[in-house]
Design a protein around this ligand. Sequence first.
Ligand code: ADP
Ligand code: MG
Length: 707
Amino acid sequence: MEGKTNISEIFGENVFNDTVMQERLPKKIYKELKQTIREGKELDLAVADVVAHEMKEWALEQGATHYSHWFQPLTGATAEKHDAFLSAPKADGKVLMEFSGKELVKGEPDASSFPSGGLRATFEARGYTAWDCTSPAFVKKDEDGSRAILYIPTAFCSYKGEALDQKTPLLRSMEAINKQSLRLLRLFGNTTSNRVTPSVGVEQEYFLVDREKYLKRKDLIFTGRTLFGAMPPKGQELDDHYFGVIRERIADFMEDVNKELWKLGVSAKTQHNEVAPGQHELAPIYAECNVAVDHNQLIMETLKKVAYLHGLQCLLHEKPFAGVNGSGKHNNWSLTTDDGINLLDPGKTPHENIQFLLVLTCILKAVDEHAALLRESASDVGNDHRLGANEAPPAIISVYLGDQLEDVLSQLISTGEATHSIKGGHLHTGVRTLPDFAKDATDRNRTSPFAFTGNKFEFRMVGSRDSVAEPNVVLNTIAAEAFSDACDVLEKADDFDMAVHDLIKQYASEHQRIVFNGNGYSDEWVEEAERRGLPNIKTMVDSIPVLCEEKTVQLFEKFGVFTRAELESRAEIQYEAYSKAINIEARSMIDIASKHIIPSVLQYTTALATSINQIRSACAEANISVQIELLKDCSSLLAATKAALKALTEVTEKAAATTEGRERAVYILENVVPAMAALRQPVDKLEMLVAKDMWPMPSYGDLLFEV
Ligand code: ADP
Ligand code: MG
């Protein structure tokens, strides 16, 4: 890919952003649109007509031929349907390039083939996409720029207005947190802020493997992860990959990813090698919640697309390889006012910052009361391999506050008053030529699933492949509820100062159990968490029921984020997604074991037997103990493989005959998943015995170290 490398020149060049709108839209229209965006009002159709016209003219200049409403149904992927900017031919046979306000604002994809979890019967096909004017439209181009399409971010609802996507509840939750945060700010005498939005920065982890080798791994192709594979002699034990020198081939790839993203207005900022060999990370600068969610989708898409162009394959699965770290997504979250105040900024002396302490203790309350729901928001099939395993945060939700804030809280709890904050002090390097600099007041804790990192919370449980919409819906809504509860008390108080002081102390004491600053990966923590009564929900299937619990329904209905029916439908969709994904994995294993692995082992054992016979007849005294031992070992592992394959086939068939929904998902979790592990065992042992050139696919070593 060639082109300009001046970031400021290419940044946002494919986006119908604020600058473009200011330039192209009549002043009055621009103002009205901005007001609509700011105040979350409904867009006037006359305004939409003008915007649509200008958007189309701009897109045509970019070479676009089509427009597409771009939405995020509950498949985990994004969806699009392209329409040409084309009117019916006139009498003279000529066509006009048309795009009306109505077409901009509303689309009507056939919704019947998207997951609805029973919200909509197949014959009720109508679904609508509605323009989300708070996330800018953009033009996506192919490599040489000859194909260009205008993408319009939209929400996707059923005919009856039920949310069928990720964006609709996200926007609703942003409304809720905006309203409740403003209520809280007003109590503290703030009259200048008019809007509060969640700021979100998403760190994305991924693996890169060589595409030629990828194409020889049916398991990667069908499921995104390896279903078999013995550990290579070297893994990640030397810690030599994390932050290591980025190799040329990868650096070239990253350069093109960045350029693509910058053009799309995504502020890709940080890139580095991650812990596992072949693993990397990309982080953009944080943005408004819904834009950050859209951008994360674009990041995942761009990583895949550019990898393909570089002869690489990008693996976004949470656990592509057993035995080395999996991939996650850190969701950094804070609350920002339209005049630039971060509600999560403690300042230098947090003990004096009463508003901050209230916000903080409200969030502790929110997370403690809805720990299971927050954990559920990070559930996805791939994340089951990650949560609690190896590097990942455990499946127990806890909050890390760091020394400074934990100290302030314990002062509050013990004496009812916080009088001082621990200071960071200076870092003395002991080297004369290096400057001594001011240290943060708090160290970091990488083992915490929900960590306060200076002026934001970092939710680290999210899976690498999953949309961050759901975690943010939950964060926004549970925080809104806690703020609302606090405001209910404080608005009625005679003595505000006293009341707020008492409330902070009450929340800090009542929800202290959710705070944990120690090593979240230790076994002691699992026991300690159990003593504290914190939930430890180990699997996706076990996490789903919380969606339909009364407490959850009340929470979401109160703030207009989900109805009961929408929640029930989402639970159904999750069970279905789980069953389908594991079913594909099981069937892939059956296919690969039967058609590739067993035949290869047969070939190898036959070769061994032939050579044994040949050596025997050539030289009766030759020592053939090695050949015989290998033949014996391989044959018995082969027998074990066949038996495990049979067992897996049986449970997979039974699963298909089990009632859909929770029943099937539970059956699969309890029967199919262990049967898959049982099949993998002898096969991985065989891989260590069979000659490399006879093994039917590239090894972990080939995939991880030969990129
Ligand atoms: P850390 O070192 O704590 O992981 P980084 O500076 O690497 O933090 O940032 C990680 C992500 O968090 C980036 O996407 C960054 O833009 C984002 N981020 C930084 N400050 C905030 C904030 N106040 N609110 C939300 N996200 C933020
Ligand atoms: Mg981080």
